[in-house]
Design a protein around this ligand. Structure first.
Ligand SMILES: Cc1cc2nc3c(=O)[nH]c(=O)nc-3n(C[C@H](O)[C@H](O)[C@H](O)COP(=O)(O)O)c2cc1C
Length: 203
């Protein structure tokens, strides 16, 4: 690892750039772990669609199972695993809704089929069969014929505000390197001021 960086976002950018250059597909795929009000966990893959010091953004159906869990418990964990680079990044913190403007802009950038798919999908709810889903897709296709597809009110982004980011790199003899960055709030700050501190963990 050895990069001379002191903030986790520059290190994330460097690793993400390497992953994009070397992974055959979906370098932005990450596992998203949520827990329900009783603390029972669930995990699934989503795609990272925006990131920076203000957080890590993904998009989904806001009536899905994950959305229900996020409403009951805002704390999540994200995990990137880039197998061929032998690296993982773990991110933990609370989620909040991305703004409407941000969700609109991302929705508008998607392909028309993906936009129609968002309207057609009742994510996480059982459907009688695949044909029902395809019929719904045709129905929304006809509904929005000849016009831009608006963002469905039940679809949008979530932003994870990181409190803990850990970079793991495989090393010889199982002496893996782990760099843990933790956000420490300034005592008494109401404006969200604080700083990242870094420590090494042992395998
Ligand atoms: C590589 C990969 C990327 C995915 N990306 C997304 C995504 O960005 N948003 C999303 O809602 N579902 C995505 N999915 C589907 C989810 O894993 C999941 O099946 C779906 O969101 C329903 O999850 P839930 O029932 O826990 O809400 C992706 C699946 C895979 C395998």
């Amino acid at each position: 690892m050895g990069e001379l960086v002191t903030d986790p976002f520059s290190l994330f950018d460097a690793w993400f750039a390497e992953a994009r250059a070397s992974e055959p597909n979906d370098a932005n795929a990450m596992a998203l772990a949520t827990a329900d009000a009783q603390g029972r966990p669930s995990v699934r893959m989503v795609l990272l669609k925006g990131h920076g010091p203000d957080g890590f953004v993904f998009y989904t159906n806001r009536e899905s199972r994950k959305a229900g869990e996020l409403a009951a418990n805002a704390h999540v964990a994200l995990l990137f695993h880039w197998k061929s680079l032998r690296r993982q990044i773990r991110i933990e913190g609370p989620v909040s809704l991305a703004t409407d403007a941000e969700s609109d802009a991302y929705f508008a950038s998607r392909s028309r089929d993906s936009q129609l798919g968002a309207w057609a999908s009742d994510q996480s709810r059982p459907l009688a069969d695949r044909e029902t889903f395809e019929a719904r897709f045709e129905e929304v296709k006809a509904r929005f014929e000849g016009q831009d597809v608006p963002r469905p009110p039940f679809w949008g982004g979530y932003r994870v505000t990181p409190e803990r980011i850990e970079f793991w790199q495989d090393r010889a003899h199982r002496l893996h390197e782990r760099r843990l960055f933790t956000w420490i709030d300034d005592p008494g700050s109401v404006s969200g001021a604080g700083a990242w501190t870094e420590g090494l963990l042992y395998p």
